[in-house]
Design a protein around this ligand. Structure first.
Ligand code: 5GP
Length: 125
């Protein structure tokens, strides 16, 4: 079910539980600002989710309310994950779903990082 990204943060969401270590994940990178882990239902040979440690519902919430340090730390973490996974030369795709029309399902900001094969057109027609 897509979520309404304008609702307040729900600390029982699945990624909040992953951040607290209550649910296992396949971590590929973590630092002070971000956690990156493999998507449970991968849509490409490489499909990693990068999430900020802070409690933000969506990109909208984060870009409006995140501190400069959180935003810089998160953006740098996304880039580092792609470099660490050796995706820069072949290329990769970033995607963030925000709210109902985009079909965001988990109400904690996450950036999808896809790679490992030619990814085709940006959106299905
Ligand atoms: P959204 O549609 O919100 O942008 O994407 C949510 C993503 O989270 C989906 O790609 C889904 O497969 C992934 N996901 C949902 N629950 C879990 C989980 O418990 N662990 C992991 N690793 N990924 C999850």
């Amino acid at each position: 079910m897509p979520i309404d990204a304008t609702l307040p943060y729900d600390d029982q969401n699945i990624f909040a539980k992953i951040l607290r270590g209550e649910i296992p994940n396949n971590t590929v990178y973590e630092d002070e600002w971000a956690l990156a882990f493999r998507d449970i239902n991968p849509q490409a040979p490489v499909h990693v989710l990068v999430i900020p440690r802070g409690a933000y519902v969506s990109w909208d919430d984060f870009s409006a309310n995140g501190s400069d340090s959180e935003i810089a730390g998160f953006v740098r973490a996304v880039g580092k994950v792609a470099r660490d996974l050796d995706l820069v030369e072949s290329g990769y795709r970033l995607l963030a779903n925000i709210g109902i029309d985009s079909h965001q399902e988990v109400p904690h900001l996450h950036v999808h990082l896809f790679g490992g094969k030619p990814l085709g057109p940006m959106l299905a027609r």
